[in-house]
Design a protein. Sequence first.
Length: 614
Amino acid sequence: MMIDRRTLLMTGAAAIAASVPGVAALARPLPQSDPAAKAALDALYARLWDAELAGSPQLATTLGLDDAPVLAPLRSRLDDRSDEAFARHMQTLRDARTTLKGIDVARLDGIDRVSHRTLAFFADITLEGYDRFAYGEPGYPRAYAINQLDGVYNNIPDFLDTKHVIEEAADAEAYCERLGAFARVLDQETARSRRDAGRGAAAPDFILDTCIRQLTLLRAPAPAEAMLTQSVVRRAAAAGISGDWQRRAAGLVEREVYPALDRQIAELKRQRATANHDAGAWRLPDGEAYYDWGIRLFNTKPFTGDEIHRLGLEMVAENRAAIEAILRADGKTTGPLGDRITAMARERGAIYANSDAGRAKMLEDATRQIAEITALLPRYFRTIPRAPVVAKRIPPAIEAGKAGGYYSHGSIDGKVPGSYYINMRDMADRSIVGLATLTHHEAVPGHHMQISLSLENEAIPMWRRNMECSAFVEGWALYAQLVADEMGIFADDPLGKLGFLQSELFRAARLVVDSGLNHKRWSREKAIDYMVDATGSSRDAVTSEVDRYCLIPGQAPSYKIGQREWSRLRGKAQAALGARFDVRDFHDAGLLAGIMPLGVLDMHIEDWIAARRA
């Protein structure tokens, strides 16, 4: 399927309905905006999307849009990670903010009003951070350019293997060109990391240790056996594409990629020699302000560190009480929480073997759970995404620094499905008890459903379909867990219910630990000890979580903050509409308007309630 550039840049209700089958079904009658104001907003978003695609070849590939001839040159490139590229991106955003101020939001309605308010918030908060903090990810509260979760050494191998489609010889050629470009972007991040360290923003020793370990694992195989080589060899053979792709790819890995990895490893080892063990954002230049910015960007509403800490302690106590009630009913009243949950799971045979067979069984169970809850969706949702989702294992080479699970969206054209990744490094941390809730959070009705509905909805500007807003996105996924429970998915599954409550407890503890580390100056060890004791999770699983909060301060609270807001707005709508309230309509109202800050969601639901009352 081909989608031309003009179609991509249109953002009205008919934008890509003809090009992408199934999307038109998402359209809903919407309030009307003033035509001139709407045209100006659409043109602004079109320019933003034009710049976004030009600056992110990887996004074009991930969305399946680089089939279009005008975008085909992007297929052989990777995103530019230089300071100059970030500066160009920020200038585009600065220009957009200036233009936006000339468009009267009062003349807009429905999704157009949401789009105006969302861009205003995003531009202001992003540029605030970019202008103030000269380290980390420019305009985004990710504190270290090279880190254990993101960055090119983590993301590019998986991107090339799962997002870069190989169906013909030109695709394999483009893969090899991107493989060569991998070395350049590695060096760009190495240079940014070296610069940040010189400004007093080097990563702590434990993050550096994890990065060095993961980089060394990526570097370890012989070039011909590396995942980067074998990916193109395997898929070219499957597509019947002739050529000595192993020689081509292995040569690039040996001559270009491995030397760049060696340079990155050497730089991190240089920083490690003088690194300290301090954990929180306060250790950074202007660190308290950095944490405040992170809270406001990720949660899209202002909170103090003390407020987040207090709210987290209240949520932890509430969820602990619910879990203790289940354990007491099963006769398990003494011992650490995690030991009692594990004992209950063992008695019911709900433990996966720490083997390839155990991992295969987990993927089989996750696939079944997706199918089971998908069958129940029409009871709670009017609009279902057309994109499929597939359960996968996180690649072993990078799973040490990854969370327990995460979601990666597929392409708009459906060629690449959404991916629900599960960390299977140590199966003792991945019991049957919590798998269903992880599936509901990452896949259906969580991230896959929300993100796919946004991507597939032609009434939303393309730029906004791809934006990040943690409180909305993660808040929805955590709210989706409540919906799954409400659907009755755990009616005959006490262990599944226990896993659901443990997940709620885990997310509540994040508020305590994130604010403890970044505001109250807890040590890493104190944060780990608290989370192990509070949630019953293993020390190994908790350690990678705590390290994540050191990297992206303020993000962890957004799950519960967002969930609380989704639940509050649903209750508000139900009270206001009474017998006219239908949860399916509420979910459409919240999801089909696309990703937005919580304050904008509040105003949007207010508008929706008013329209339903009229």
